[in-house]
Ligand binder design. Structure first.
Ligand SMILES: CC(C)=CCNc1ncnc2c1ncn2[C@@H]1O[C@H](COP(=O)(O)O)[C@@H](O)[C@H]1O
Length: 179
């Protein structure tokens, strides 16, 4: 499966690097391809290193102004003109999307992917990986949107909240992943 992972480009501590490494190992050992932003920084590097070490493929989609920090040994590396094109390319190359912990960049990617799904522009499974309860607040916000009529589709049709990497992969490899 080609799994697009959005996550932080920041250097983080063990609370976040350990689960990222574990998820990467599951991806690699499962023979999956990591589709990611192509960068060699922070958690993005941790996951790419882990996938590579455990036998998975790496497909990067970088962007013009970050191309100089793109990973040199990826199996494939695409460089797009801008961030909008990059998001479209990442989605096009993915069978599923996993959103791990991250900052504004990750949130931007997550909301765009969910918004496109809301409008029926794609039907790919999307998982929010809630490491350390990082997305508890976002989950609460989405639940409120759903309860108060802000979402035209059930929240469960948009996104699955997984508590760990194993739960995320189990979901993607189940019936939801083959839709
Ligand atoms: C100069 C240097 C080392 C830049 C590295 N910085 C980056 N490299 C690649 N993608 C990035 C970078 N910063 C943000 N992104 C994009 O935004 C997300 C991470 O942003 P954030 O750290 O969550 O907010 C990633 O999924 C990625 O697609």
């Amino acid at each position: 499966m080609n799994i697009c992972v959005f996550l932080s480009a920041a250097d983080l501590d063990e609370r976040y690097t350990r689960p990222a490494r574990e998820f990467a190992e599951l991806l690699g050992k499962g023979g999956h391809t990591l589709v990611w932003g192509g960068s060699e920084s922070g958690l993005m590097k941790v996951v790419a290193d882990g996938v590579r070490r455990s036998g998975g493929r790496l497909v990067g989609v970088s962007v013009d102004f970050l191309a100089q920090v793109a990973r040199a040994d990826a199996d494939e590396m695409v460089v797009t003109r801008d961030l909008a094109e990059r998001k479209a390319e990442l989605l096009a190359r993915a069978d599923a999307v996993v959103i791990m912990v991250g900052g504004a960049g990750t949130l931007d990617e997550a909301t765009e992917i969910l918004e496109l799904k809301k409008h029926g522009k794609h039907t790919k499974p999307v998982v929010l990986l809630n490491t350390e309860g990082f997305y508890d607040g976002l989950k609460q916000q989405f639940r409120r949107m759903e309860a108060e009529g802000f979402l035209p589709v059930p929240l469960a049709d948009l996104v699955f909240f997984a508590e760990d990497g194993a739960g995320a992969l189990e979901y993607l490899l189940g019936p939801a992943g083959s839709r």
